[in-house]
Design a protein around this ligand. Sequence first.
Ligand SMILES: *[C@@H]1O[C@H](CO)[C@@H](O)[C@H](O)[C@H]1NC(C)=O
Ligand SMILES: *[C@@H]1O[C@H](CO)[C@@H](O)[C@H](O)[C@H]1NC(C)=O
Ligand SMILES: *[C@@H]1O[C@H](CO)[C@@H](O)[C@H](O)[C@H]1NC(C)=O
Ligand SMILES: *[C@@H]1O[C@H](CO)[C@@H](O)[C@H](O)[C@H]1NC(C)=O
Ligand SMILES: *[C@@H]1O[C@H](CO)[C@@H](O)[C@H](O)[C@H]1NC(C)=O
Ligand SMILES: *[C@@H]1O[C@H](CO)[C@@H](O)[C@H](O)[C@H]1NC(C)=O
Ligand SMILES: *[C@@H]1O[C@H](CO)[C@@H](O)[C@H](O)[C@H]1NC(C)=O
Ligand SMILES: *[C@@H]1O[C@H](CO)[C@@H](O)[C@H](O)[C@H]1NC(C)=O
Ligand SMILES: *[C@@H]1O[C@H](CO)[C@@H](O)[C@H](O)[C@H]1NC(C)=O
Ligand SMILES: *[C@@H]1O[C@H](CO)[C@@H](O)[C@H](O)[C@H]1NC(C)=O
Ligand SMILES: *[C@@H]1O[C@H](CO)[C@@H](O)[C@H](O)[C@H]1NC(C)=O
Ligand SMILES: *[C@@H]1O[C@H](CO)[C@@H](O)[C@H](O)[C@H]1NC(C)=O
Length: 828
Amino acid sequence: MLVHSSPAVYILLSSFLTLFIRAQPSPEQQKRISAAIEAALNQTGTPDYTAFVNPFIGTDNFGDVCPGASIPFGMVKFTSDMTGFAPAGYVADPTEKIRGFSPIHDSGTGSSLGSYGNFEIMPLLCPDGFDTCTTTLEARERLRKRNTDDATPGYFTLTLDNDIQMEATATRRAGLERFTFPRGSKPYFALDLANDLPVSFAGGELTIDPDQGRITIGGKWGSSFGPSTFNYQAFACYDLLDNGKQKLDEFGVWTGDTHGLDAKGLGLTHLNLTRNLIGGVYQSGALFSYADNPHQVNIRVGVSFLSEDQACANAEEEVGNAPFEDILAKAKMLWQEKLSKIEIDVGGTLPNVTEMFYSSLYRASLTPNNATGEAQGVFANTESFYFDSLYCSWDTFRTFYPLLSLHSPVEFAQIVDSYIDGWRKNGWMPECRANNLPGWTQGGSSGDNIVSHFAVYYHNEAARLGIDLNDLYSALLADGDLNPPEWNTEGRQVNVYKEFGYVPFAVLDVSSTGRQTREGSRTLEYAFEDFGIRQVAQLLGKEDDMTRYTNRSLFYRNVWDESVTSDGFEGFMQKRFSNGTFFFNNPKDCSPKDTNNSRACSLQGTNENGFYESSSWEYSWYAPHDTAHLIELMGGNATFIDRLEHFFDEGYYLAGNEPSFQTPIGYHYANHPAMSVDRVRKVVFDNFDITPGGLPGNDDQAAMASLLAFHLLGLYPVPSSTQLLILSPFTPKYTIHNSFLNISTTVTVANFSSKSVQRVIPEGVPAYVESVTINGNSTVSRCHFDFYDVFRLGGDVIINLTADKEAADDCAGSVPESISTGGFAQAR
Ligand SMILES: *[C@@H]1O[C@H](CO)[C@@H](O)[C@H](O)[C@H]1NC(C)=O
Ligand SMILES: *[C@@H]1O[C@H](CO)[C@@H](O)[C@H](O)[C@H]1NC(C)=O
Ligand SMILES: *[C@@H]1O[C@H](CO)[C@@H](O)[C@H](O)[C@H]1NC(C)=O
Ligand SMILES: *[C@@H]1O[C@H](CO)[C@@H](O)[C@H](O)[C@H]1NC(C)=O
Ligand SMILES: *[C@@H]1O[C@H](CO)[C@@H](O)[C@H](O)[C@H]1NC(C)=O
Ligand SMILES: *[C@@H]1O[C@H](CO)[C@@H](O)[C@H](O)[C@H]1NC(C)=O
Ligand SMILES: *[C@@H]1O[C@H](CO)[C@@H](O)[C@H](O)[C@H]1NC(C)=O
Ligand SMILES: *[C@@H]1O[C@H](CO)[C@@H](O)[C@H](O)[C@H]1NC(C)=O
Ligand SMILES: *[C@@H]1O[C@H](CO)[C@@H](O)[C@H](O)[C@H]1NC(C)=O
Ligand SMILES: *[C@@H]1O[C@H](CO)[C@@H](O)[C@H](O)[C@H]1NC(C)=O
Ligand SMILES: *[C@@H]1O[C@H](CO)[C@@H](O)[C@H](O)[C@H]1NC(C)=O
Ligand SMILES: *[C@@H]1O[C@H](CO)[C@@H](O)[C@H](O)[C@H]1NC(C)=O
């Protein structure tokens, strides 16, 4: 997802930003990671995988990654909030200033408003006393000291230019903050009641209990990516005394603005503010200082979406009296457990690949945020697991959940439970839950592809994993058949889609409302969502539904306009009127080659292009379940291959957005797997690296991270199916552990050469798949295999490479499956 601008503008901006000299994070951070990888080469036993993780990858160049202190799927992620475009709070850009440190953030979301950032605390030096403290947002902003930002899984720190160091570590719903002040100075802190990143305060209260040394805050705020009329509630509990080791001095409240209001109330303990109806930033909070000039101050923070009491209880239960080091050690242990699910042969792998891989795997367990027991609104007191920040399903169904499905069915099942519960409580599954509220839908109900992926992988274990397949199926049918009155936040516009066989442009819809844009891409996404439903209908033996949804999954054909040509290639997806006439849009519009910076390509009502965050050139590849027929539409295998090559050579490929994820492996479908191998090498080296700018765009809740992980493992998943495409791994050996199934699978790459791990594979270097064997048996094709024959089975897989590209550029068996050529004929 990319919300803030069109792709064209986005690329201009990012190249501009890379001109800044980078002084953050600290160079020591990369040195430490490199040393850890190097040391692991000679170690025996399980390496400390957390030492290979660089949490700063994606904190520049609009990656929007949160490097904050968190446990796996943590509800809190402690980091700093910065000025400028910083949806995740933190950005590496050293010219941006810090306005505070806060506990709740999302990672990898492109909301131009920013997400969360409530309850900011800012350490201050007030040499002239309480009344002179710089409490307001602008007055308290500070640059960082050069080369001080650092983070590891479960830990974050930075130092302000006044030499105050801030550190944090986390549990699921709480954490510890540690501030180190210059010796001899008196520590002051401003704590913000009202401000979050989207400036959405809708009323709240703050209470100081000076005897207990506790400040509680609670209130309502608005969505970062959804209707502004919705509000969520959140609460925090700040314990200031470090179990009696610290003593408060002054305390009070403040209110301020940038035009002269700077009022402080020494000794006052309560704020009770309602929504400011005229709008704008409302600024108010607490201010306090410590007696005896302590060098270090420890503050315990609990967060809840239920109540202030619950926020305090969360801190007591999860942190208690434990010291910073103990909480950090526990967080690190949880991360090591997650990162050990996929073990690569570090000794045989290039250090950059090791770092990219484990940093990706880290982010692939950073979100969604586990708010189980903290559900509010219609989910209050739910019996189900509850996850905040499903942001958005359109982003994550392609690679994020398929990666999770290989190693962590328990976690996957909990998230699926939360999706199904969305149907129970709202009538449809969530598409984009943001800040505990329904966010904007993008391609329809992509949750269908997520829960169906779970069903096809784990139907045998579903009951043991706590999933009722009948409920799952009912939730799918609701998405597929029930038109919601308002489909901007849930479900799809299925009434007209069913009637016309596509989502018509400029259609009269008398029973539901929504933003009448993206008719081309909505049709394509609806059709693939229907494929997901079809897969579960097949699994459960629902013959009629299966026939009906198989038919609907082919509706993508109805927006294919064979009369459109571009660069000599014939036939493109286009939006279409209800009378059948196509509406012409230049297929290059909204591609990276589009020079029109004022064109709207995203969710804007002014997006006239017919496609979401992509061009027709890109979306015309999109029928992952029926590419064989798409090849026919395009004029056969040879034209399809020429067209793919042209697409990349001309620069129509937009690496930073989800519709492009599967394009580089398209060659497999036309029986040219070696060309996919070459293409993926280029895609990785042109778009990913180990720097803060090392993502081609928004991480989209680790959609990008999991895509990169698949590329490095030499695999590509077909969502809602058990098929995996085989490519050429960037590592000589890896093992995937599935601890629920008690199964481990080791993939060994015979003839692996690290010389092949570069942008262009040199001639004579083995890199192309010559054969694949599973436990000694050859696969029927060297282009694909099935979860049930590989990772569900366990054992040893050998991918044998050759340097003879020509000989290997053929599946030597079937191409990957397509509906129209009899594929996906039975459930496994
Ligand atoms: C690893 O072992 C090799 C050979 O024993 C040695 O040359 C090298 O210095 C060692 N590297 C490290 C980081 O210890
Ligand atoms: C805060 O103010 C609201 C009205 O704005 C009132 O209903 C509420 O009782 C007040 N809370 C306290 C603790 O005084
Ligand atoms: C989420 O939190 C609940 C409650 O602590 C826990 O049982 C569950 O295992 C957690 N799941 C994940 C994926 O973190
Ligand atoms: C789908 O069903 C419709 C209506 O029965 C039929 O006209 C159409 O040919 C079917 N499409 C395919 C691809 O089977
Ligand atoms: C279909 O409707 C569009 C928009 O009203 C119109 O421009 C077009 O001419 C119509 N096509 C036919 C065949 O009537
Ligand atoms: C750029 O796009 C906008 C919006 O689609 C359009 O109104 C404008 O005419 C376009 N400009 C050029 C030069 O094509
Ligand atoms: C493309 O190639 C595959 C594999 O060789 C073949 O099965 C298929 O029929 C070809 N498709 C077309 C449209 O020629
Ligand atoms: C590793 O990544 C860094 C940063 O992108 C780059 O400068 C360096 O060339 C890379 N090394 C290799 C071996 O690819
Ligand atoms: C995996 O092993 C554990 C402990 O040995 C056992 O309790 C569990 O039932 C096993 N799971 C499966 C799916 O066999
Ligand atoms: C290998 O193939 C043989 C013969 O088809 C079959 O009996 C055996 O079960 C297969 N082994 C595995 C591990 O799949
Ligand atoms: C890899 O393929 C080559 C050439 O066919 C063959 O000689 C070799 O034995 C194979 N290696 C493995 C490990 O299967
Ligand atoms: C691959 O390895 C096998 C031995 O396992 C060897 O016979 C073959 O020549 C190698 N091929 C290449 C291209 O290195």
